[in-house]
Structure formats: structure tokens, C-alpha cells
Ligand binder design. Structure first.
Ligand code: ZN
Length: 241
């Protein structure tokens, strides 16, 4: 079994379409780590596609925000404006689907969670090496897949010591080691590479590959501007920040 693991799509239909096309020939299923909406101009189309394709979806802080479970005071003004814009455009069916997403889920020997397996509803960021170590005691499976920071990264722990890779490409899951893998962001990468990011997890081969996919950034940006969303949300797509 090979899964495409997508996170932080953020209403970017152009990026989501490109990633699903890239994943089609090399995976058998789709998993989603949340933040399907927020920032981008196509929240309902992204929800429809993810609901149709993904076997499992967990909720992110933007799902919590647009369904009234997270106070918008937690967000900066751009995120807040986007959450209000998004919430206004979701009908009751889409609201209900987003409201029903769990905070975490398990597939094979992996845990799926948006932010951190430790207190997933506090939306902590795992950014640097130290952020990861405490989180290992908070999940029971061998691997935990996360998103939220919009930056791919990999932590591991085993008898030969800890490991951290801030720019992972292919991660071979070694016997006796446990892993936390951030799959990066489909719709708003922030690691300086504007291409969409997602992971291919080959369960039987014990391998996780981070893939980067070029997409039509100009169209996604134009739609954000035409929608009246904050300009910066379109501009940052081109810089990958
Ligand atoms: Zn996000």
C-alpha cells in the first residue's frame, strides 16, 4: 500500500489538483492532515475533492476556526480575514463535514495529526529539532505524520540516538526507530520552495518520500486577489514563504 499524505491545502485548488495528478500513478490512497481551507480562494472545491479522494482526514486549526471552535484572536490579521471570508462561503453541508473531522487518526502503524501528537488541540508547532523529542511519548505507533508548520522535516528516535532532518527527501524507516514526519504544505509552502509539498508513504517498503510539485501559482494568486482576500496571501505563494 502506498499513500499520498497531504496537509495544509488551504483552499488552493491549483496546488491540490497538481498534487493529486502527481500522486495518481504512484499511490493507492490519499490521507489528509487538515487545514483543507483558509487563505485560498477555493475552499468548497478543495473540501469536495478531499472528501471524495481521502480515506482519512484529520482537522486542523483552520477547520476549528471556520467552524467556531477556535477563537479568531489566535490568528494574525491575514489569517483572521481569510477565516471570516471562508466561513461566509461554506454552506451547512461543508460546515458539517469540517465539524466532524477528528483531531487524530491511525492508519497501519502511523498516527495522523495536524499539529503535534502532544495536545493536538493546542496547535503547537514542531519546527526545530528540540520541538520533536517531547512529542514521541504522545503517540503509540511507529510513525507520526504532521503538518501545520508548512515546512517538511523529519525527526527520529532509536537506540543509535536522535535524528533530525530539516530538508528530508527520502526517509527510510529503519527497524527499531520511530519517526515524526512533517509532509510540508500543498497550498502554501513556507520553506522558500514555492512548489507544492506532499509525502508518498510506501507502507510495505518502509519508505517516505517528500515530493515537490510545480503548479499554476499565477492563477491561484489571481483568484485570491479577485476574491478580495488580503493581497499578501497571493503574493507569498510565489516566494514560498
Ligand atoms: Zn496550515
Amino acid at each position: 500500500m502506498r499513500y499520498a499524505i497531504l496537509s495544509d491545502i488551504h483552499g488552493n485548488l491549483e496546488a491540490l489538483g497538481a498534487v493529486l495528478a502527481d500522486a495518481a500513478g504512484r499511490t493507492d490512497g490519499v490521507l489528509c492532515l487538515g487545514d483543507v481551507v483558509g487563505y485560498g480562494a477555493d475552499p468548497t472545491a478543495c473540501v469536495d475533492l478531499v472528501a471524495d479522494r481521502a480515506e482519512k482526514v484529520v482537522g486542523g486549526n483552520h477547520e476549528w476556526a471556520v467552524t467556531g471552535r477556535l477563537a479568531l484572536g489566535w490568528f494574525n490579521r491575514w489569517a483572521r480575514a481569510a477565516a471570516e471570508w471562508t466561513s461566509d462561503r461554506l454552506d451547512s453541508d461543508h460546515q458539517a463535514w469540517l465539524s466532524a473531522l477528528p483531531l487524530s487518526s491511525e492508519v497501519a502503524d502511523a498516527t495522523l495529526v495536524h499539529a503535534s501528537p502532544a495536545r493536538p488541540d493546542e496547535w503547537d508547532y514542531l519546527l526545530v529539532a528540540e520541538d520533536g523529542w517531547d512529542a514521541f511519548s504522545a503517540f503509540a505507533t511507529r510513525v507520526c505524520f504532521v503538518g501545520h508548520s508548512h515546512r517538511p522535516a523529519a525527526w527520529s528516535l532509536g537506540s543509535s540516538g536522535p535524528g533530525w532532518d530539516p530538508r528530508p527527501a527520502t526517509i527510510t524507516l529503519e527497524a527499531g526507530r520511530r519517526y515524526i514526519v512533517n509532509v510540508g504544505s500543498v497550498g502554501q509552502p513556507r520553506d522558500g520552495d514555492p512548489r507544492a509539498s506532499y509525502a508518498v508513504w510506501d507502507v510495505d517498503a518502509g519508505q517516505v518520500a517528500i515530493r515537490r510539485v510545480a503548479y499554476d501559482i499565477a492563477t491561484a494568486r489571481r483568484k485570491i486577489q479577485a476574491a478580495g482576500l488580503p493581497r499578501v496571501l497571493g503574493d507569498r505563494l510565489g516566494a514560498g514563504t
